[in-house]
Design a protein around this ligand. Structure first.
Ligand SMILES: *Cc1c(COP(=O)(O)O)cnc(C)c1O
Length: 396
């Protein structure tokens, strides 16, 4: 006999989220999520869809008509981008300098594409000269890169140079902007990015569930003239056009509550102003960075490609990374992450995204991290770190 489960009321701990996502959610977004459902074809919801699309265009800095939230997490938007743009037999050029380039490669292969690589070590951005060489050597149909590599804390600079090189070879450019959208300068149209996808739970500070995607006409033309339909029915953009395009016909039931949440999160972006929001991330994460450096710790990425939304900090000698993250959870209800892949054990990954990118959260993090490192016997100057952070935050 299957027993009746004895499961209590949901009481999640009250964590401060400063890892690689999800980030802290703004109370207004949580409130939007507790408003009543309407049907996914309700006239009021159709209006909400238009508003979300308009807000997404503002945030992506694009006029692309094809700008939608994809049902699912960032990986769903990623697979919608790659699975529709890459056709069987196409070649896609992907980067090897982090975890998410590897995921791009897996998705391109599943779409029937052939994968070729442009190399850079984990913790460094792509060199435009290497990208140009790889484009000349492989003549790919599609070039993918990660604008903000969450696994390494690296921001890819020179985006316009990369897109110009790709376009010289007639390759379409897909950008992973999951950890940059709404937190780090990103200009889809000005930088000539053909396709960009993102996620809601990083710099937009929204729970995961509906994920931004934008494609320009050139990319959409390729998608709509495919010989073979995309392998995923659920993520087939030629079918989703029926729902998000002019027709507004049923394809699948949109995650209504997540669309509400995204709308409110994007409204917060527009209220603040996108450029002001980028500036806030730079300043608040800058205070975090100044603090850890003054403590005697080292950032993994040099200033030229430091990623404010994800701060990769070297684990100091004699300290075990997981002892620190466990201590922070136990003593402070505070989440940060350890390294992945080639950087496993070497770095802490401290997110400073959206609603987490505030003076209060960064001050709390600095005090907690200082205590955790001190408790592990690390040689750090906690007071100097706190003073440096306070000084930078005071400048704001
Ligand atoms: C988080 C992340 C993803 C995947 O998003 P999920 O919401 O976890 O599916 C993809 N790319 C980057 C750079 C990310 O940080």
């Amino acid at each position: 006999m299957v027993e009746k489960p004895d499961v209590g009321e949901l009481t999640p701990p009250d964590r401060t989220l400063m890892g690689p996502g999800p980030s802290e959610v703004h109370p207004r977004v949580l409130r939007a999520m507790s408003t009543p459902l309407v049907g996914h074809l309700d006239p009021s919801f159709v209006e909400i869809m238009d508003e979300v699309q308009e807000l997404l265009r503002y945030t992506f800095r694009t006029d692309n008509q094809w700008t939608i939230p994809v049902s699912g997490t960032g990986s769903a938007a990623m697979e919608a981008a790659i699975g529709n743009v890459v056709e069987p037999g196409d070649t896609m050029l992907v980067p090897t300098n982090g975890y998410f380039g590897g995921r791009m490669a897996s998705m391109a292969e599943r779409a029937g594409g052939k994968v070729v690589e442009v190399d850079a070590p984990w913790g460094e951005p792509l060199d435009p000269a290497d990208v140009a060489d790889a484009l000349a050597e492989h003549d790919p149909d599609v070039f993918g890169f990660v604008h903000a590599e969450t696994s390494t804390g690296v921001r890819q600079p020179d985006v316009s140079e990369l897109t110009a090189a790709a376009h010289d070879h007639d390759a379409l450019v897909i950008a992973d902007t999951v950890t940059s959208l709404g937190g780090v300068e990103l200009r889809v149209d000005e930088w000539n990015i053909d396709v960009a996808y993102s996620g809601p739970q990083k710099c937009l500070s929204c729970p995961p569930g509906a994920s931004p995607l934008t494609l320009n006409d050139r990319a959409m033309e390729k998608v709509l003239s495919r010989e073979e339909p995309a392998r995923s029915w659920y993520l087939d953009l030629s079918l989703l056009e029926g729902y998000w395009g002019d027709e507004r016909a049923y394809h699948h039931t949109a995650p209504i509550t997540n669309v509400y949440a995204l709308r409110e999160a994007l409204r917060l972006v527009a209220e603040e102003g996108i450029e002001e929001r980028w500036e806030r991330h730079r300043e608040v994460a800058g205070a975090l960075k100044a603090g850890v450096e003054a403590m005697g710790l080292e950032m993994n990425a040099p200033d030229e490609y430091w990623l404010p939304s994800l701060n990769a900090v070297r684990v100091p000698d004699g300290v075990t990374d997981t002892d620190v993250t466990d201590y922070l959870i136990d003593q402070y209800d505070l989440e940060i992450a350890t390294g992945l892949g080639d950087l496993d054990g070497d770095i802490f990954r401290i997110g400073c995204m959206g609603h987490s990118a505030r003076a209060e959260t960064v001050s709390y993090l600095m005090a907690a991290l200082g205590d955790a490192l001190d408790a592990q016997g690390a040689d750090v100057d906690v007071q100097a770190g706190l003073a440096a952070t306070a000084e930078k935050l005071g400048d704001r």
